[in-house]
Design a protein around this ligand. Sequence first.
Ligand code: TEU
Ligand code: CA
Length: 546
Amino acid sequence: MDKKWWKEGVVYQVYPRSFKDSNNDGIGDICGVTEKLDYLKYLGVDIIWLSPIFKSPNDDNGYDISDYRDIMDEFGSMEDFKILLDTAHKKGFKLILDLVVNHTSDEHEWFKKSVKRIEPYTDYYIWRDVQNNWESHFSGTAWDYNEERGQYYLHLFTKKQPDLNWENPLVRQEVYDIMNFWFDIGIDGFRMDTVNMYSKVPGFPSMEKEGLSLATPYFLNGPRIHEYLHGMYVNSLCKYDVMSVGEAPQVDPEMALLYVGKDRQELNMIIHFDHMFADDPPEGAGKWERRPTDLNKVRDVFVKWQKGLAKDGWNCLYMSNHDQPRQASRFANDQYKNGATMLATMLHTLKGTPFIYQGEELGMKNAYFKNEWDYRDVETINSIAENKVKGIPFEALRENLGKYSRDNARTPMHWDNSMYMGFSQAPTWIGINENCRDINVEAQTADADSVLNYYKKLIALRKTHDVLIYGDFEEIELGEDLFCYTRTLNDKKAYILLNLACNQTKVTLPDTFDITAPCIISNCNITIKKEMNLPPYFATVLLSDG
Ligand code: TEU
Ligand code: CA
């Protein structure tokens, strides 16, 4: 058993802009996070991940960085950050930051100098005389013409996010220096943005197939990606006791082992997207036309990953973050109590490190914005504009954006039921989620049966029972709408039974499921029988001591 703190801890993702506003300008900030550390202590999480806090013109809410060694004006100062880090450490937390080095902001000094061909920055970005037909994640072509330089540059995201040229060893050295700078300040690791996009296929070939919206085969898991990540390991990560988790779309478990395998000397974990694609639109459909979510598909994805990383890897377990709709809405029909707690039970009892996204622990739902002016996210705004050009009005997108826009997860955290939900005392940078004002920390702390207190209990259980962390996973296949598995460590065995449906599901349990084992948590107070009807979104964990 290869024990590691980042395997045992539970991660809590803070989106600082929407967590807590300490100076009442309507924007969350670093001092706000420091103020709320005791809440995170109450919840019981161990590792805090802050979405980007660095200097940024905020074209993509901080995922466009103009200075990696300084703090965004709205969020506070370096002094504020050091106080946060120090206080967090004193309270026993680890703190990790977001490393965004596939691209910088176009307002970064490197880019400004690259435009002017000032050495050594001339080749820090990807400049070409002719563009290819790749498209940006955030609408339109992935190339922009820079008049001053007289060339096109590549941007996989917005045109204010030029891609760095990782082929240039000087760029790689800059990245190591940034990492070491923050490790020397004392942070405990990085979540690494778009970690499998650094290496592009040489020659930048155009896409062959018309209608392909992204040139993914040319920039995901590229030819030199493992060399680059190993470089980060050798020149930075291996020198500190830190955690590294890379965001990596379109990776299957086999490929994942190349990123996280024990002997690979690359990353600890990757954030894969397989279950996020479970409701992807059929080919040819518009970006926002998702299929209804099928939790059976999600289950199968999780099982595949549990098996795939069983021996030589470690899973990262999540169902929402700042890019995804609220999980209680997307995966549990807005059934905030049973639905949210069933999903939580799954994420905290599979093998891997659970990631909680702020507000998830309350069962927060989608904001379901209705108006064009409600939106702040550049992906959504660009997409609305692009559709208009094609003759598709906002009204035609209204419903789907309401369900799937990234802004669903970005509304302020609900601390209490006051006008601005205890997040701020001033009008907030993005609207309050009016769909769940009754869902807030104050109300749920007081209610023993709340989603919040269920999360608290789950997190505590993981700490008392090693089997929930290191135990081997084995599925007990029960068919449609059921998810059943065991976790085994020495003579201890946990039995997990979940109803994935929002209505009753009939179950017949095999002898391999020990119904006499004591229940350690459940979202419904019933006794398990060999044959029974499980209530909607039922979840239970039984534990036998051998
Ligand atoms: O996301 C990268 C990514 O591939 C997706 O999450 C994508 O943004 C999403 O599916 C679009 O709906 C990362 C960050 O998490 C995201 O917030 C940034 O916008 C993006 O990189 C660029 O830095
Ligand atoms: Ca503020």
